[in-house]
Design a protein around this ligand. Structure first.
Ligand SMILES: [Zn+2]
Length: 183
């Protein structure tokens, strides 16, 4: 006798697709079935390959039944389901502002992916915000000058002419992955 069993899989379309899931399930089954005696009481049936029967569009069946919190109007309503970010009046997200993926519906695997999506949609510029630097006198525990540099090289040049001074990057509140090396 033969039978067909059905399996419903809820997945994140950003990280995988139905074919890959079928392959993963095949691998899982093969591993599980290699356990000696595991299917003895079922008469050791021969299990075939996992096949993709249907693939629903992410925008249809995978959407939660009720709108997620990230889709509710508000300050952090980015207009893109699954992404939390504040838009200005022109519908743009400032490059220095934070972008977070919604942890409830997890449509995006990470905050970085959410940000990349906004860049892709043309809602925010790709470039990281310009970094700013100040000269800090670690002996006196105060700023060496009130100058704020946007050019790191220039800041280093000026610092080298002063004693006990290091170049410090000003923390700009940003969730970007842009990190600044301070020599
Ligand atoms: Zn959400």
């Amino acid at each position: 006798m033969k039978t067909q069993l059905m399996l419903t899989v809820e997945y994140n379309p950003v990280v995988t697709d139905p074919e890959s899931l079928a392959t993963a399930l095949d691998r899982l089954l093969t591993t599980a079935c290699s356990t000696p005696g595991i299917l003895d009481e079922y008469g050791n049936p021969a299990i075939g390959e996992v096949l993709v029967v249907s693939a629903s569009e992410p925008d249809q069946d995978n959407r939660p039944a009720a709108p997620c919190e990230c889709e509710a109007p508000g300050f952090y309503d980015s207009g893109v389901p699954g992404i939390l970010a504040h838009r200005d009046d022109a519908g743009q997200v400032a490059p220095e502002s934070g972008v977070e993926r919604c942890d409830l519906c997890r449509r995006y695997p990470s905050d970085t992916a959410a940000r990349a999506r906004l860049v892709e949609l043309g809602m925010m510029p790709q470039a990281a915000p310009p970094s700013r630097y100040v000269l800090y006198d670690f002996d006196a525990d105060e700023l060496a000058t009130t100058t704020v540099y946007t050019d790191h090289g220039q800041a280093v040049d000026d610092a080298s002419g002063l004693d006990n001074v290091i170049v410090v990057a000003l923390p700009i509140h940003s969730h970007s992955d842009h990190t600044q090396e301070i020599p």
